[in-house]
Design a binder for this molecule. Structure first.
Ligand code: UT7
Length: 323
């Protein structure tokens, strides 16, 4: 018998304010046409004033718990992937813990930017498989609108705010790829590329800073590395691309998503796409897409799902799981 971390619930939350591409035409030398054709983004959500990452995360967590039919006191651990925590400390995860009324267990944040949810899933899987936790709430939540330079058209039109969450529970599996749950993980980072995507401020420099990105360079790495990490994870699971029911990619750019699917030899009908509605929500994008994909009736029990993401670091990775 093999311990498996199985998805028991999924949910998401998006702030109320929807901002269409046309909004940026008022203040920047850009167009709806440019944004759509270069990125696939049509609109994104922005948090209201005072609405923080832990607010979004708490709402997504409640939705995932509802979907799982579980209450917060049944959860052993919360892992929150974010690069836009409310405060320097405590972690946003502990804020969510308190808001959910959880007085036991433990909670912490994971910071791996757009790859954050994949890293968080990997951590949750390790906790469950090693017996340190039975039920883990894994959240991706971001308020990237707070780190946008609104005068930089090459970045501020691309990002959005939101949150998604899954509840994982330990189950005994047979150790074969037919098991439900997380089957394999592939994580990577290469700090030599830190200047391609970063925030030019932080606590230690006593500044807040804005997101800076050499978009076309990140694009080049993304197309090359995402298919590779997905294929590595599939191989570790004893599977191949032909076994995949759904790719649930990080939603940064439709052209990256298409390029990755093509490299993996998969048709776009097997890809969950939400980038048009959410923009790039960094660590929130995969759990948002998992939740929307389930709501749409795309992802069903027993389906083989591959999530993959790349972002600042560079950090990238993939998780193969059976829903
Ligand atoms: O989530 C973390 C990982 N991040 C990503 O995966 C993002 C990866 N990168 C991308 O998605 C794409 O590179 C972008 C969407 C950011 C840009 O698309 P691109 O096809 O790589 O365009 P580019 O950066 O090469 O820029 C092409 C042109 C430039 O003008 P010139 O130099 O050719 O005259 C830019 O100045 O487009 C210009 N441009 C814009 N024009 C209108 C850049 N931003 C805009 C804009 N509106 N908003």
């Amino acid at each position: 018998m093999t311990g498996r971390a199985v998805v028991k619930g999924v949910g998401h939350y998006l702030p109320a304010r929807v901002v269409p591409n046309s909004e940026f035409e008022k203040t920047l030398d850009t167009s709806d046409e440019w944004i759509r054709s270069r990125s696939g983004i049509e609109r994104r959500h922005f948090s209201a004033e005072g609405e923080t990452t832990s607010d979004l995360a708490t709402n997504a967590a409640k939705a995932a718990l509802d979907d799982a039919g579980m209450s917060a006191d049944q959860i052993d651990a919360i892992i929150l992937a974010t690069s836009t925590a409310d405060l320097t400390f405590p972690s946003a995860a502990t804020m969510v813990q308190a808001r959910l009324g959880m007085t036991g267990g433990f909670a912490f944040d994971v910071q791996a930017v757009c790859a954050g949810f994949v890293y968080a899933l990997s951590n949750a899987n390790a906790l469950i498989v090693s017996g340190q936790a039975r039920r883990v709430l894994v959240i991706g939540a971001e308020t990237f609108s707070r780190i946008m330079d609104w005068t930089d058209r090459s970045t501020c039109v691309l990002f959005g705010d939101g949150a998604g969450a899954v509840v994982l529970e330990a189950e005994e599996g047979t150790g074969t790829p037919e098991d439900r749950g997380i089957l394999a993980v592939d994580l990577n980072s290469d700090g030599r590329y830190r200047d391609l995507l970063y925030v030019d401020g932080g606590v230690s420099t006593q500044t807040t800073g804005y997101l800076r990105m050499q978009g076309n360079q990140v694009f080049r790495h993304a197309v090359e590395k995402l298919a590779q990490t997905a294929e590595n994870a599939l191989e570790k699971a004893g599977l191949s691309s032909s076994d995949v029911d759904w790719i649930v990619p990080h939603q940064a750019n439709i052209r990256i998503i298409q390029g990755t699917a093509k490299k993996m030899g998969l048709p776009m009908e097997k890809v969950v796409i939400t980038v048009q509605d959410h923009g790039n929500t960094s660590a929130a994008s995969i759990p948002l897409a998992l939740s929307v994909g389930k709501q749409r009736g795309q992802i069903k029990k027993g389906d083989l799902v591959v999530t993959e993401a790349i972002g600042g670091g560079l950090a990238w990775g993939a998780v193969v799981l059976r829903w």
